[in-house]
Design a protein around this ligand. Structure first.
Ligand SMILES: C=C(OP(=O)(O)O)C(=O)O
Ligand SMILES: [Mg+2]
Length: 431
């Protein structure tokens, strides 16, 4: 049966922050049709693929994506018409060449990624396979450990926290659905703890609570207390992962922790703070502990703390295979965050993961702070055997879409699914 691209349609829809974003539908000659929608970050890396937005604000207040939509239905559709949807890599490379820039800035990374993901879905439908299997046909699959952001700060919330994300990682759970249960119970325990202390239980962009606390440390203490209140053992059943997103509080050579009134820290003092936290709390992973332009900060941290915790580059690497290779050569981390819309095609995202895996690095597949109900990253994390996924708190539909899809995949796979804790080596070394 023919699985050629017959039609591309694009719509401007809204993301979870109420900002415009792009949705793309591809229809094949066999009648199959699939839709993808594109997420949008707030703490974006300098070198991310360009998210093409219109010049003027539209009626929602955010900048629209009508130009990106027009590119999908115009130039991109003209170039892809008649191509076989199963040829993902060819299709992605046609779009990369058509755009002709290093940053996908002409047609828009959002336009290109929307098409790329919709094509991946349509191809799976054409093959009659689940998406994860059509991305990678394997005998068994590694399910990712969920990293759930339960306290929001930085650019994602109007809380007192300088650090953007405080995540719980139920790495001791026997499987994915169980891990989600551990996480949901701890999230509920955290809500009751906040309530008992008279603190706000309103949430930030990713569904984590956004209270006004006395210090950044208080966030870790609250999480440890919540893990215990839920009946789990901190560090054994559930650990902590952080994304300070330090680019958002980097000021030249120093780091300004202004919300918590910690004040200015230089690189060495920030590294020492992380060291004290690693000793005091069951932290297994720190992402973007330093700013995206502070390679020396990442390199120092990897040398100093890289055998005790996972050190993840997000803004630093922006899922870009070339920059990840540089990071590997310079020992600037031991893991990369993987966000498809930072690089702009499924094919390049796969390449980014494979480069990490060949170097023995960890990979954490990630949502964006502005999301939709699209659950592509769930199938993608399984197909790649990425080992970790972060999709916010176990709350809010756009975050749960990914976790719930993973629960369904785990059930479908039965004993062909496993979930091995990627943090075991750090937990053991620190025991
Ligand atoms: C998910 C993140 O935030 P954003 O989508 O705002 O970049 C992150 O920094 O890891
Ligand atoms: Mg990040």
């Amino acid at each position: 049966m023919d699985s050629q691209i017959a039609r591309l349609q694009a719509l401007e829809i809204l993301d979870s922050r109420g900002n415009p974003t792009l949705s793309v539908t591809v229809t094949l000659t066999d009648g199959n049709s699939a839709t993808a929608s594109v997420p949008s970050g707030a703490s974006t890396g300098l070198h991310e693929a360009v998210e093409l937005r219109d010049d003027d604000r539209n009626r929602y207040g955010g900048k629209g994506v009508r130009r990106a939509a027009a590119h999908v239905e115009g130039e991109i559709a003209d170039a892809l018409m008649g191509l076989d949807a199963r040829a993902q890599s060819d299709i992605d490379h046609v779009m990369i060449a058509l755009d002709g820039t290093d940053t996908k800035g002409r047609l828009g990374g959002n336009a290109i990624l929307g098409v790329s993901i919709a094509v991946a879905r349509a191809s799976a439908l054409a093959q009659g396979r689940p998406l994860y299997r059509s991305l990678n046909d394997a005998d068994d699959y590694l399910l990712p450990v969920p990293c759930m952001n339960v306290l929001n700060g930085g650019k994602h919330a109007d809380s007192s926290l300088d650090f953007q994300e405080f995540m719980i990682v139920p790495h001791g759970a026997p499987g994915f659905a169980e891990a989600v249960r551990y996480g949901a119970e701890t999230y509920a325990a955290l809500r009751s703890l906040l309530h008992d202390r008279g603190l706000a239980t309103s949430v930030g962009d990713e569904g984590g609570f956004a209270p006004r606390l006395d210090s950044n440390e208080a966030a870790c203490e609250l999480i440890v207390a919540a893990i215990e209140r839920a009946g789990y053992r901190p560090g054994v059943d559930i650990a902590i992962a952080l994304d300070p997103a330090a680019s958002s509080f980097a000021e030249g050579e120093s780091y300004h922790l202004s919300r918590s009134r910690t004040g200015r820290l230089d690189r060495a003092a920030l590294l020492a703070l992380y060291g004290r936290w690693i000793d005091a709390y069951p932290i297994v992973s720190i992402e973007d502990g330093f700013g995206e332009e502070d390679w020396a900060g990442f390199i120092d941290q990897t040398a100093d703390q890289g055998d005790r915790i996972q050190i993840v580059g997000d803004d630093l690497f922006v899922t870009n295979p070339r920059i990840i290779r540089e990071g590997i050569a310079r020992h600037a981390a031991n893991a990369a965050l993987i966000k498809p819309n930072q690089i702009g095609t499924v094919t390049e995202t796969i390449e980014a993961v494979r480069i990490c895996q060949q170097a023995g690095w960890g990979t954490m597949v990630s949502h964006r702070s502005g999301e939709t109900a699209d659950d592509f990253i769930a199938d993608f994390a399984v197909a790649m055997g990425a080992g970790q996924i972060k999709s916010g708190a176990p709350c809010r539909g756009e975050r749960l879409a990914k976790y719930n899809r993973l629960i369904a995949i785990e059930a479908e796979l039965g004993d062909r699914a496993r979930m091995a804790a990627p943090f075991a080596r750090y937990v053991e070394r620190r025991a």
